[in-house]
Design a protein around this ligand. Structure first.
Ligand SMILES: [Zn+2]
Length: 344
């Protein structure tokens, strides 16, 4: 990354909290009451607002807030050729993993117009001078909502078909100026038995991508609910075989449980540690975040640590997301001051 970052840089992980008016607008769009210009203006405004909130909070490496995507990856499916939408199996009651729209595989998959992340990045790059991180779902994530039939015998086969399209998108992102890319594969936690194969595929996806690469894994965050068994021991140290510069993992939600494993694994990678809980409405004070950073620093060298929220703020109201980001930045400044003796 070109811009000089402070010690303990702060960043974000997934979607930002949606402004209420965006949720209203999405209803209008779904009902067919917005034209093309109305739609693009709505999403441009939402992204501008998400970036402005992150800048005002003082986050060092921001994102576009992923507000053009429905969920963190659902909005990509219409870009795939070979898929037909299927209704969720459950439509009544609490929204969760089983109330999502699914996709039936009709024929071999293709992504003829790309994933559209390059366009997202180009817009964001033109609207901030801050360092940017851009996230892209990995092949496993894209196969989660597929209903398979004889076109692909299992999810790995479908993921192998998708992988070159993801690699092409990542290379195009670099060509457009992206220098920090995060691949999202939260469902690695549900694949402990097959992880070696998935990591091999992951390494093919990032092959030749000349940017700093991060890999985000969490225990699941749909509607603030985890999906995997909540221990890193199921997938680490095997996941250390992934060719990345940084692992982006959640710790705050479990009150820093297993942070000590980072030292046990002896990894020389950076750790983007989740030190703000995106699943709790308790708004951390800066001192809470500072205490979590100090805990992390017992096991991670300061020059290898980035301070993040655990995951995206998709299930958080925007006003809480903003206050949590402010606490994250202020808490980080407290510890920076302790380490460097300098005021910012
Ligand atoms: Zn996550």
């Amino acid at each position: 990354m070109n811009t000089k970052l402070p010690l303990l840089p702060t960043s974000v992980v997934g979607s930002y909290g949606s402004p209420s008016w965006l949720l209203t607008a999405l209803g209008e769009i779904e009902a067919g009451r917005y034209g093309e210009t109305d739609r693009s203006e709505t999403f441009d405004d939402a992204v501008r607002l998400a970036m402005l909130d992150q800048e005002r909070a003082g986050v060092d490496i921001i994102s576009d807030g992923e507000l053009r995507r429905s969920g963190f990856f659902h909005g990509f499916y219409p870009r795939f050729a070979g898929l037909d939408p299927l209704p969720p199996r459950r439509r009544v009651g609490l929204p969760s993993y089983d109330t999502q729209e699914r996709w039936r595989v009709r024929e071999r998959l293709g992504v003829p117009r790309g994933l559209g992340i390059v366009e997202e990045f180009t817009f964001a790059r033109a609207h901030t001078s801050k360092p940017l991180k851009v996230a892209c779902p990995g092949p496993l994530t894209f196969t989660i909502l597929l209903e398979l039939n004889d076109v692909y015998p299992h999810h790995f086969a479908a993921a192998e078909e998708i992988a070159p399209a993801v690699n092409a998108e990542l290379r195009a992102l670099v060509a457009a100026g992206a220098d920090f890319i995060q691949i999202d594969e939260p469902s690695f936690v549900t694949m402990p038995g097959e992880l070696t194969e998935w990591v091999r595929l992951f390494n093919r996806v990032v092959e030749g991508v000349q940017a700093k690469i991060a890999l985000h894994v969490c225990f699941g965050n749909l509607g603030s609910r985890p999906r995997g068994k909540r221990t890193w021991r199921r997938i680490f140290p095997a996941l250390l075989e992934a060719r990345v510069d940084q692992f982006v993992l959640e710790f705050a939600n479990r009150e820093m449980s297993e942070i000590e494993l980072w030292k046990e694994w002896g990894s020389d990678k950076e750790l983007g540690a989740g030190l703000v809980d995106v699943k709790s409405c308790y708004i951390e004070r800066p001192e809470d975040v500072a205490e979590r950073i100090r805990q992390a620093l017992r096991y991670v060298a300061p020059e290898k640590l980035t301070v993040n929220p655990d995951c995206g703020f998709l299930a958080m109201p925007r006003w809480i997301a903003y206050r949590k980001l402010v606490a994250m930045v202020q808490g980080t400044r407290l510890v920076r001051r302790e380490l460097t003796g300098r005021e910012e």
